[in-house]
Design a protein. Structure first.
Length: 117
């Protein structure tokens, strides 16, 4: 699976951005798909994820109520709608697809989100 993330950019605090992650090579079917982020000088952290076949969607406490993960089955694409952005959301955002069954884990190249205060 090859993952291509896009949609990052510079936005003022309180603004919104939508990130996209398209998969090529195979579908997301059977995978846990989500987003992580890494702020300057910090470790990569979990943002949100869901099982493509259905199930509970998870969010980090820091983004609950502001970020929404969604999908487009036909486009084999996952989105991250980010609203009410804060300066502390500034990070490189990475798309992730994991199959515990197959024991594989894929990462896309990150997309930079910069929130100015």
């Amino acid at each position: 699976v090859q993952l291509q993330a896009s949609g990052g950019g510079l936005v003022q605090a309180g603004g919104s951005l939508r990130l996209s992650c398209a998969a090529s090579g195979r579908s997301f079917s059977g995978y846990i798909v989500g987003w992580f982020r890494q702020a300057p000088g910090k470790e990569r952290e979990f943002v949100s994820a869901f099982r493509w076949s259905g199930g509970t969607t998870r969010y980090a406490d820091s983004v609950k109520g502001r970020f929404t993960i969604s999908r487009d089955n036909a486009k084999n694409t996952v989105y991250l709608q980010m609203n009410s952005l804060k300066a502390e959301d500034t990070a490189v955002y990475y798309c992730n697809a994991e199959s515990p069954t197959l024991g594989v884990h894929y990462w896309g190249k990150g997309t930079l989100v910069t929130v100015s205060s």
